[in-house]
Design a protein around this ligand. Structure first.
Ligand SMILES: CSC[C@H]1O[C@@H](n2cnc3c(O)ncnc32)[C@H](O)[C@@H]1O
Ligand SMILES: [Zn+2]
Length: 439
Protein backbone atom coordinates (compact mmCIF):
# COMPACT_ATOMS: atom_id res chain seq x y z
CA UNK A 1 0.00 0.00 0.00
CA UNK A 2 1.41 3.38 -1.00
CA UNK A 3 -0.43 6.39 0.35
CA UNK A 4 0.18 10.06 -0.45
CA UNK A 5 -1.31 12.81 1.71
CA UNK A 6 -0.84 16.21 0.13
CA UNK A 7 -1.84 19.89 0.10
CA UNK A 8 -2.17 19.79 3.89
CA UNK A 9 -0.57 21.53 6.86
CA UNK A 10 1.86 19.15 8.58
CA UNK A 11 2.69 19.43 12.29
CA UNK A 12 5.45 16.83 12.61
CA UNK A 13 6.05 17.45 16.35
CA UNK A 14 9.78 17.70 15.79
CA UNK A 15 9.92 21.26 17.20
CA UNK A 16 7.55 24.13 17.98
CA UNK A 17 8.55 26.12 14.91
CA UNK A 18 8.41 23.21 12.49
CA UNK A 19 5.10 23.52 10.69
CA UNK A 20 4.93 22.69 7.00
CA UNK A 21 2.31 24.65 5.08
CA UNK A 22 1.23 22.98 1.84
CA UNK A 23 3.00 19.82 2.92
CA UNK A 24 2.94 16.17 1.91
CA UNK A 25 3.47 12.81 3.58
CA UNK A 26 4.24 9.64 1.62
CA UNK A 27 3.68 6.24 3.21
CA UNK A 28 4.86 2.88 1.95
CA UNK A 29 4.43 -0.51 3.67
CA UNK A 30 3.26 1.15 6.86
CA UNK A 31 6.22 3.52 7.14
CA UNK A 32 6.66 7.22 6.42
CA UNK A 33 8.98 7.60 3.43
CA UNK A 34 8.60 11.35 2.89
CA UNK A 35 7.52 14.36 4.96
CA UNK A 36 8.04 17.89 3.64
CA UNK A 37 6.82 20.51 1.22
CA UNK A 38 4.36 19.09 -1.32
CA UNK A 39 6.36 20.52 -4.23
CA UNK A 40 9.47 18.57 -3.14
CA UNK A 41 7.71 15.18 -2.73
CA UNK A 42 9.47 12.44 -4.74
CA UNK A 43 8.07 12.58 -8.27
CA UNK A 44 8.57 8.83 -8.79
CA UNK A 45 6.31 7.90 -5.84
CA UNK A 46 3.28 6.10 -7.31
CA UNK A 47 0.51 6.04 -4.69
CA UNK A 48 -2.48 3.68 -4.65
CA UNK A 49 -4.39 6.27 -2.62
CA UNK A 50 -4.16 10.05 -2.43
CA UNK A 51 -5.72 12.06 0.42
CA UNK A 52 -5.71 15.83 0.16
CA UNK A 53 -7.35 18.96 1.53
CA UNK A 54 -6.04 22.41 2.42
CA UNK A 55 -8.42 22.34 5.40
CA UNK A 56 -6.58 19.37 6.92
CA UNK A 57 -3.84 19.45 9.53
CA UNK A 58 -1.77 16.26 9.81
CA UNK A 59 -0.20 15.36 13.13
CA UNK A 60 1.13 12.20 14.79
CA UNK A 61 -1.55 9.91 16.20
CA UNK A 62 -2.36 10.67 19.83
CA UNK A 63 -1.09 8.34 22.56
CA UNK A 64 -3.40 7.63 25.49
CA UNK A 65 -0.69 6.45 27.89
CA UNK A 66 -2.91 5.20 30.72
CA UNK A 67 -6.34 3.67 30.51
CA UNK A 68 -8.42 0.62 31.37
CA UNK A 69 -10.17 0.28 28.04
CA UNK A 70 -12.97 -2.11 28.98
CA UNK A 71 -14.09 0.24 31.75
CA UNK A 72 -16.19 1.87 29.03
CA UNK A 73 -18.72 -0.69 30.32
CA UNK A 74 -18.90 1.26 33.60
CA UNK A 75 -19.12 4.75 32.11
CA UNK A 76 -21.54 6.76 34.22
CA UNK A 77 -22.14 3.88 36.62
CA UNK A 78 -20.38 5.36 39.66
CA UNK A 79 -19.77 9.10 39.62
CA UNK A 80 -18.91 11.66 42.27
CA UNK A 81 -16.95 9.45 44.66
CA UNK A 82 -13.34 9.60 45.92
CA UNK A 83 -10.97 6.94 44.55
CA UNK A 84 -11.04 4.54 47.53
CA UNK A 85 -14.84 4.40 47.80
CA UNK A 86 -15.22 4.42 44.01
CA UNK A 87 -12.98 1.35 43.72
CA UNK A 88 -14.05 -0.58 46.82
CA UNK A 89 -17.79 0.11 46.84
CA UNK A 90 -18.63 0.44 43.15
CA UNK A 91 -16.03 -0.74 40.66
CA UNK A 92 -14.34 -3.79 42.20
CA UNK A 93 -17.62 -5.59 43.03
CA UNK A 94 -18.67 -5.17 39.40
CA UNK A 95 -15.28 -6.19 38.01
CA UNK A 96 -15.55 -9.43 40.03
CA UNK A 97 -18.43 -10.38 37.68
CA UNK A 98 -16.53 -9.64 34.44
CA UNK A 99 -16.16 -12.35 31.82
CA UNK A 100 -13.72 -12.38 28.93
CA UNK A 101 -16.47 -11.62 26.46
CA UNK A 102 -17.49 -8.48 28.37
CA UNK A 103 -13.91 -7.21 28.29
CA UNK A 104 -13.68 -7.95 24.56
CA UNK A 105 -16.75 -5.82 23.72
CA UNK A 106 -15.88 -3.10 26.24
CA UNK A 107 -12.39 -2.85 24.77
CA UNK A 108 -13.72 -2.72 21.21
CA UNK A 109 -16.01 0.11 22.29
CA UNK A 110 -12.96 1.90 23.71
CA UNK A 111 -10.94 1.27 20.53
CA UNK A 112 -13.78 2.69 18.43
CA UNK A 113 -14.03 5.80 20.62
CA UNK A 114 -10.27 6.32 20.65
CA UNK A 115 -9.76 5.80 16.91
CA UNK A 116 -12.64 8.11 16.03
CA UNK A 117 -11.00 10.76 18.22
CA UNK A 118 -7.51 10.41 16.75
CA UNK A 119 -5.90 8.20 19.40
CA UNK A 120 -3.78 5.63 17.59
CA UNK A 121 -1.99 4.07 20.59
CA UNK A 122 -3.06 3.32 24.14
CA UNK A 123 -1.51 1.75 27.22
CA UNK A 124 -3.90 -0.56 29.02
CA UNK A 125 -3.91 -2.30 32.39
CA UNK A 126 -6.78 -4.69 32.94
CA UNK A 127 -8.02 -8.26 33.17
CA UNK A 128 -8.77 -10.86 30.41
CA UNK A 129 -5.90 -9.48 28.36
CA UNK A 130 -6.14 -12.10 25.60
CA UNK A 131 -9.55 -10.63 24.81
CA UNK A 132 -8.08 -7.11 24.97
CA UNK A 133 -5.33 -8.13 22.55
CA UNK A 134 -7.90 -9.70 20.18
CA UNK A 135 -9.87 -6.45 20.20
CA UNK A 136 -6.72 -4.41 19.52
CA UNK A 137 -5.74 -6.72 16.67
CA UNK A 138 -9.21 -6.50 15.12
CA UNK A 139 -9.58 -2.72 15.42
CA UNK A 140 -6.20 -1.87 13.90
CA UNK A 141 -5.14 0.35 16.83
CA UNK A 142 -1.69 0.13 18.49
CA UNK A 143 -1.41 -0.76 22.19
CA UNK A 144 0.88 -1.52 25.09
CA UNK A 145 -0.93 -4.13 27.17
CA UNK A 146 -0.44 -5.15 30.79
CA UNK A 147 -2.44 -7.69 32.77
CA UNK A 148 -3.37 -6.00 36.06
CA UNK A 149 -1.84 -7.66 39.12
CA UNK A 150 -3.23 -7.26 42.64
CA UNK A 151 -0.56 -8.73 44.93
CA UNK A 152 -2.72 -8.80 48.07
CA UNK A 153 -5.37 -11.07 46.54
CA UNK A 154 -5.30 -14.86 46.69
CA UNK A 155 -4.15 -16.06 43.27
CA UNK A 156 -1.58 -13.27 42.84
CA UNK A 157 1.15 -15.79 41.91
CA UNK A 158 -1.12 -17.46 39.37
CA UNK A 159 -1.85 -14.01 37.91
CA UNK A 160 1.89 -13.41 37.54
CA UNK A 161 2.29 -16.72 35.71
CA UNK A 162 -0.61 -15.76 33.43
CA UNK A 163 1.09 -12.40 32.81
CA UNK A 164 4.23 -14.20 31.71
CA UNK A 165 2.28 -16.39 29.31
CA UNK A 166 0.41 -13.37 28.00
CA UNK A 167 3.63 -11.48 27.29
CA UNK A 168 5.17 -14.51 25.56
CA UNK A 169 2.02 -14.91 23.42
CA UNK A 170 1.44 -11.30 22.38
CA UNK A 171 4.58 -9.12 22.65
CA UNK A 172 5.35 -7.87 19.12
CA UNK A 173 2.22 -9.38 17.56
CA UNK A 174 -0.20 -7.71 15.10
CA UNK A 175 2.73 -6.58 12.95
CA UNK A 176 4.34 -5.05 16.06
CA UNK A 177 1.24 -3.03 16.98
CA UNK A 178 0.92 -4.93 20.25
CA UNK A 179 3.64 -4.65 22.88
CA UNK A 180 3.37 -5.79 26.47
CA UNK A 181 4.30 -4.70 29.98
CA UNK A 182 3.68 -6.12 33.45
CA UNK A 183 0.95 -4.35 35.41
CA UNK A 184 1.24 -4.40 39.22
CA UNK A 185 -1.75 -2.27 40.14
CA UNK A 186 -0.31 0.07 42.82
CA UNK A 187 1.96 0.23 45.88
CA UNK A 188 -1.10 -0.20 48.15
CA UNK A 189 -2.20 -3.43 46.43
CA UNK A 190 1.26 -4.90 45.71
CA UNK A 191 3.57 -5.37 48.73
CA UNK A 192 7.37 -5.12 48.23
CA UNK A 193 7.97 -8.90 48.11
CA UNK A 194 5.43 -9.23 45.30
CA UNK A 195 6.85 -6.23 43.44
CA UNK A 196 10.29 -7.87 43.62
CA UNK A 197 8.89 -10.95 41.87
CA UNK A 198 7.27 -8.75 39.22
CA UNK A 199 10.60 -6.98 38.60
CA UNK A 200 12.43 -10.31 38.25
CA UNK A 201 9.91 -11.40 35.63
CA UNK A 202 10.03 -8.05 33.82
CA UNK A 203 13.82 -8.34 33.59
CA UNK A 204 13.56 -11.88 32.25
CA UNK A 205 10.97 -10.89 29.66
CA UNK A 206 12.67 -7.55 28.91
CA UNK A 207 9.50 -5.54 29.33
CA UNK A 208 8.57 -2.50 31.42
CA UNK A 209 6.18 -2.03 34.32
CA UNK A 210 2.91 -0.05 34.22
CA UNK A 211 1.73 0.94 37.71
CA UNK A 212 -0.49 3.52 39.49
CA UNK A 213 1.72 5.66 41.78
CA UNK A 214 1.00 8.42 44.31
CA UNK A 215 -2.49 9.07 43.02
CA UNK A 216 -4.05 10.31 46.26
CA UNK A 217 -2.90 11.88 49.52
CA UNK A 218 -4.47 8.88 51.27
CA UNK A 219 -2.20 6.49 49.34
CA UNK A 220 0.90 8.47 50.32
CA UNK A 221 -0.14 8.51 54.01
CA UNK A 222 -0.95 4.80 54.00
CA UNK A 223 2.35 3.79 52.37
CA UNK A 224 4.28 6.03 54.77
CA UNK A 225 2.44 4.43 57.70
CA UNK A 226 3.22 0.91 56.46
CA UNK A 227 6.73 1.31 55.05
CA UNK A 228 8.05 4.62 56.44
CA UNK A 229 8.62 6.13 53.01
CA UNK A 230 6.80 7.55 49.99
CA UNK A 231 5.28 5.28 47.31
CA UNK A 232 8.07 6.21 44.87
CA UNK A 233 10.73 5.41 47.49
CA UNK A 234 8.98 2.13 48.23
CA UNK A 235 9.13 1.22 44.53
CA UNK A 236 12.81 2.19 44.43
CA UNK A 237 13.59 -0.09 47.40
CA UNK A 238 11.73 -2.96 45.70
CA UNK A 239 13.95 -2.49 42.62
CA UNK A 240 11.06 -1.51 40.35
CA UNK A 241 13.13 1.17 38.57
CA UNK A 242 15.59 -1.43 37.29
CA UNK A 243 13.15 -1.76 34.37
CA UNK A 244 11.35 0.97 32.37
CA UNK A 245 8.44 2.32 34.44
CA UNK A 246 5.18 3.87 33.27
CA UNK A 247 3.91 5.57 36.44
CA UNK A 248 0.26 6.57 36.17
CA UNK A 249 -0.86 9.71 38.02
CA UNK A 250 2.10 10.91 40.14
CA UNK A 251 -0.15 13.53 41.75
CA UNK A 252 1.41 13.67 45.21
CA UNK A 253 5.17 13.69 44.66
CA UNK A 254 7.91 15.16 46.85
CA UNK A 255 10.98 16.85 45.32
CA UNK A 256 12.93 13.65 46.23
CA UNK A 257 10.32 11.49 44.41
CA UNK A 258 10.80 13.61 41.29
CA UNK A 259 14.58 13.22 41.54
CA UNK A 260 14.16 9.45 41.73
CA UNK A 261 11.82 9.37 38.73
CA UNK A 262 14.24 11.51 36.71
CA UNK A 263 17.30 9.50 37.80
CA UNK A 264 15.78 6.21 36.60
CA UNK A 265 14.18 7.72 33.48
CA UNK A 266 10.71 6.65 34.62
CA UNK A 267 7.79 8.25 32.78
CA UNK A 268 4.79 9.79 34.51
CA UNK A 269 1.35 9.71 32.90
CA UNK A 270 -0.72 12.78 33.77
CA UNK A 271 -4.47 12.06 33.86
CA UNK A 272 -5.91 15.50 34.59
CA UNK A 273 -9.62 14.79 34.07
CA UNK A 274 -9.70 11.60 36.15
CA UNK A 275 -7.67 13.35 38.86
CA UNK A 276 -10.15 16.24 38.89
CA UNK A 277 -13.23 14.01 38.86
CA UNK A 278 -12.04 11.82 41.75
CA UNK A 279 -10.69 14.97 43.45
CA UNK A 280 -7.30 13.26 43.72
CA UNK A 281 -5.38 16.51 43.16
CA UNK A 282 -3.22 18.17 40.50
CA UNK A 283 -0.01 16.51 39.33
CA UNK A 284 3.10 18.77 39.42
CA UNK A 285 3.59 18.61 35.67
CA UNK A 286 5.70 21.74 35.32
CA UNK A 287 8.05 20.58 38.08
CA UNK A 288 8.29 17.09 36.57
CA UNK A 289 9.18 18.48 33.15
CA UNK A 290 11.73 20.84 34.75
CA UNK A 291 13.27 17.84 36.55
CA UNK A 292 13.70 16.12 33.17
CA UNK A 293 10.97 13.49 33.65
CA UNK A 294 9.11 12.29 30.55
CA UNK A 295 5.47 13.23 31.00
CA UNK A 296 2.74 11.59 28.92
CA UNK A 297 -1.03 12.11 28.96
CA UNK A 298 -3.81 9.63 29.66
CA UNK A 299 -7.53 9.53 30.21
CA UNK A 300 -7.57 6.72 32.81
CA UNK A 301 -10.66 4.52 32.41
CA UNK A 302 -13.97 5.83 31.06
CA UNK A 303 -15.56 5.22 34.48
CA UNK A 304 -13.52 8.00 36.08
CA UNK A 305 -13.28 10.51 33.20
CA UNK A 306 -15.97 9.79 31.62
CA UNK A 307 -14.62 9.57 28.07
CA UNK A 308 -11.43 8.64 26.24
CA UNK A 309 -10.98 12.02 24.52
CA UNK A 310 -7.33 13.10 24.40
CA UNK A 311 -8.24 16.57 23.05
CA UNK A 312 -10.07 17.30 26.29
CA UNK A 313 -7.12 15.88 28.20
CA UNK A 314 -4.61 18.20 26.48
CA UNK A 315 -6.77 21.22 27.14
CA UNK A 316 -7.36 20.23 30.77
CA UNK A 317 -3.61 19.66 31.27
CA UNK A 318 -2.73 23.08 29.89
CA UNK A 319 -5.45 24.92 31.83
CA UNK A 320 -4.78 23.10 35.11
CA UNK A 321 -1.06 23.87 34.92
CA UNK A 322 -1.84 27.56 34.45
CA UNK A 323 -4.43 27.91 37.20
CA UNK A 324 -2.51 25.78 39.72
CA UNK A 325 0.68 27.82 39.24
CA UNK A 326 -1.08 31.14 38.78
CA UNK A 327 0.93 31.45 35.59
CA UNK A 328 -0.65 31.69 32.10
CA UNK A 329 2.70 30.74 30.57
CA UNK A 330 2.73 27.35 32.30
CA UNK A 331 2.35 24.38 29.89
CA UNK A 332 1.91 26.19 26.54
CA UNK A 333 -0.10 24.52 23.79
CA UNK A 334 2.90 22.93 22.04
CA UNK A 335 4.05 21.26 25.26
CA UNK A 336 0.57 19.84 25.89
CA UNK A 337 0.45 18.48 22.33
CA UNK A 338 3.94 17.04 22.77
CA UNK A 339 2.84 15.22 25.94
CA UNK A 340 0.00 13.63 23.96
CA UNK A 341 2.26 12.51 21.08
CA UNK A 342 6.03 12.23 21.51
CA UNK A 343 5.76 12.15 25.33
CA UNK A 344 3.42 9.17 25.12
CA UNK A 345 5.64 7.43 22.58
CA UNK A 346 8.69 7.87 24.84
CA UNK A 347 6.77 6.71 27.91
CA UNK A 348 5.78 3.50 26.14
CA UNK A 349 9.31 2.89 24.81
CA UNK A 350 8.06 3.41 21.25
CA UNK A 351 9.74 6.71 20.32
CA UNK A 352 11.82 5.02 17.64
CA UNK A 353 8.56 4.00 15.93
CA UNK A 354 5.88 6.63 16.60
CA UNK A 355 5.27 10.02 18.24
CA UNK A 356 6.48 12.28 15.41
CA UNK A 357 5.98 12.42 11.66
CA UNK A 358 9.47 11.60 10.41
CA UNK A 359 10.90 9.43 7.66
CA UNK A 360 11.41 5.87 8.92
CA UNK A 361 8.70 5.97 11.58
CA UNK A 362 5.52 3.88 11.42
CA UNK A 363 2.73 5.84 9.77
CA UNK A 364 0.35 6.69 12.63
CA UNK A 365 -1.21 9.89 11.32
CA UNK A 366 -4.31 11.94 12.16
CA UNK A 367 -5.96 14.45 9.82
CA UNK A 368 -7.99 17.09 11.63
CA UNK A 369 -10.50 19.13 9.66
CA UNK A 370 -10.05 22.81 10.51
CA UNK A 371 -13.01 23.86 8.36
CA UNK A 372 -15.31 24.02 11.37
CA UNK A 373 -17.02 27.06 12.90
CA UNK A 374 -15.26 26.66 16.25
CA UNK A 375 -11.84 26.54 14.54
CA UNK A 376 -12.13 29.84 12.64
CA UNK A 377 -10.18 31.90 11.88
CA UNK A 378 -7.17 29.58 11.59
CA UNK A 379 -4.59 31.87 13.21
CA UNK A 380 -2.52 29.11 14.78
CA UNK A 381 -3.18 25.39 14.20
CA UNK A 382 -1.33 24.30 17.36
CA UNK A 383 -3.42 26.66 19.49
CA UNK A 384 -6.59 25.36 17.85
CA UNK A 385 -5.64 21.70 18.35
CA UNK A 386 -5.09 22.15 22.09
CA UNK A 387 -7.55 24.86 23.07
CA UNK A 388 -10.45 24.58 20.61
CA UNK A 389 -10.54 21.26 18.74
CA UNK A 390 -12.79 18.31 19.58
CA UNK A 391 -12.56 14.60 18.94
CA UNK A 392 -15.30 14.99 16.34
CA UNK A 393 -13.01 17.24 14.26
CA UNK A 394 -10.91 14.20 13.38
CA UNK A 395 -11.55 13.27 9.76
CA UNK A 396 -8.99 10.56 8.96
CA UNK A 397 -6.90 8.23 11.08
CA UNK A 398 -4.08 6.05 9.81
CA UNK A 399 -2.39 3.41 11.96
CA UNK A 400 0.65 1.52 10.71
CA UNK A 401 -0.06 2.87 7.23
CA UNK A 402 -3.68 1.60 7.17
CA UNK A 403 -6.65 3.96 6.98
CA UNK A 404 -8.89 3.04 9.94
CA UNK A 405 -11.11 6.14 10.05
CA UNK A 406 -12.11 8.13 6.98
CA UNK A 407 -14.60 10.99 6.75
CA UNK A 408 -15.12 10.60 10.49
CA UNK A 409 -16.28 6.97 10.09
CA UNK A 410 -14.71 3.75 11.29
CA UNK A 411 -13.51 1.49 8.49
CA UNK A 412 -12.30 -1.45 10.56
CA UNK A 413 -15.20 -1.98 12.96
CA UNK A 414 -18.97 -2.36 12.97
CA UNK A 415 -19.85 0.37 15.46
CA UNK A 416 -23.55 -0.61 15.65
CA UNK A 417 -22.69 -4.16 16.68
CA UNK A 418 -20.09 -2.96 19.21
CA UNK A 419 -22.55 -0.55 20.82
CA UNK A 420 -25.25 -3.25 21.06
CA UNK A 421 -22.90 -5.94 22.43
CA UNK A 422 -21.18 -3.66 24.95
CA UNK A 423 -24.54 -2.34 26.22
CA UNK A 424 -25.82 -5.88 26.72
CA UNK A 425 -22.59 -6.77 28.60
CA UNK A 426 -23.07 -3.70 30.82
CA UNK A 427 -26.70 -4.65 31.43
CA UNK A 428 -25.72 -8.15 32.57
CA UNK A 429 -23.02 -6.76 34.87
CA UNK A 430 -25.23 -4.25 36.66
CA UNK A 431 -28.11 -6.74 36.74
CA UNK A 432 -30.81 -4.27 35.75
CA UNK A 433 -32.09 -2.59 32.59
CA UNK A 434 -30.14 0.43 31.34
CA UNK A 435 -31.74 3.68 30.36
CA UNK A 436 -32.94 3.49 26.78
CA UNK A 437 -30.12 4.30 24.43
CA UNK A 438 -30.49 5.61 20.92
CA UNK A 439 -29.83 2.16 19.48
C1 LIG B 1 -5.69 -4.52 38.17
S1 LIG B 1 -6.37 -4.00 36.66
C2 LIG B 1 -6.59 -2.27 36.88
C3 LIG B 1 -7.44 -1.92 38.07
O1 LIG B 1 -7.30 -0.54 38.28
C4 LIG B 1 -8.55 -0.03 38.64
N1 LIG B 1 -8.54 1.41 38.43
C5 LIG B 1 -9.16 2.13 37.50
N2 LIG B 1 -8.88 3.43 37.66
C6 LIG B 1 -8.04 3.50 38.70
C7 LIG B 1 -7.39 4.56 39.35
O2 LIG B 1 -7.55 5.81 38.96
N3 LIG B 1 -6.61 4.28 40.40
C8 LIG B 1 -6.44 3.03 40.82
N4 LIG B 1 -7.04 1.98 40.27
C9 LIG B 1 -7.84 2.22 39.21
C10 LIG B 1 -9.49 -0.78 37.76
O3 LIG B 1 -10.81 -0.67 38.20
C11 LIG B 1 -8.93 -2.19 37.88
O4 LIG B 1 -9.42 -2.84 38.99
ZN1 LIG C 1 -5.83 3.87 36.21
Amino acid sequence: MRLLIKDITVIPMTGPEEIIKNGAIAVEDGRIVYVGPAEEAPSDFRPNRVLRGSNFVALPGLVNAHTHAAMTLFRGYADDLPLKRWLEEAIWPLEAKLKGEDVYWGTLLACAEMLLGGTTTFADMYFFMDEVAEAVDKSGIRASLARGLIGILPGADKALKESEEFVRRWHGKANGRITCMLGPHAPYTCPPAYLEEVVRLAEELQVGIHIHVSETAHEVEEIRRQYGCSPVEMLEKAGVFRVPVLAAHGVHLSPRDMEILAQYKAAVVHNPESNMKLASGIAPVTELLAAGVTVALGTDGAASNNNLDMWEEMRAAALLAKVSRNDPEALPAYQALEMATLGGAKALGLADQIGTLEVGKRADIVLVDLARAHLQPPHDPISHLVYAARASDVDTVIVDGRIVVEGGRLITLDLGEIMARSCSAARRLVGKPLHRSLL
